[in-house]
Design a protein. Sequence first.
Length: 208
Amino acid sequence: MGPQSRACRVWVIASASGNGKTTLGRALAQQLGVPFVELDALVHGPGWAEASDTELRARIAPVVASAGWVIDGSYERKLGDLVLDAADLVVWLDLSMWIWLPRLARRTWRRARRREELWNGNRESLRNAVIGWDSLFVYALRSHFRRRRELPDRLAGRPVIWLRSPAEVERFLQGAGWAIAQTKNSPVVPADARQPSRASSRSSHSGS
């Protein structure tokens, strides 16, 4: 990976939980040789205590001011455009609900059954995942449709790679260096970033 692609700040977001943004973010950070920051770990303290907007901004400000990073997560209501404005590239995972929903179900069942620790001693429970308006699955479904409506306008004119299938995710990771280098001179990078001659003409402006 050349120096141009290493000194890069990438914001990885997803339409909903289960798209694989943390897995992608970690892999991308490793390729680029930059720190990986998961916003969930900064937001959720012990006992699921949630950081205030001011606290979260104070925690993330030194990160976004640095030369290179991959940040995973949105929290736009807390952070506004703080991360977006600092990013050289946005990677938007926008998989079909029929892909991410089964993934989310399997992940939640595994975490609950094994009592896996997430962040700061917190663990998921099946009750919190499925019961209530703010439960994991209800929130994920609401987020999926809301972000598909709102993100095209919010990201308009930004350097965006819009990934809509597992195959596009794999191609992007295989050619991440090429794709990121192109953001220096291109407002929107196509999802099929590894092979520019075959790139799709759709951009993040066209919605879903």
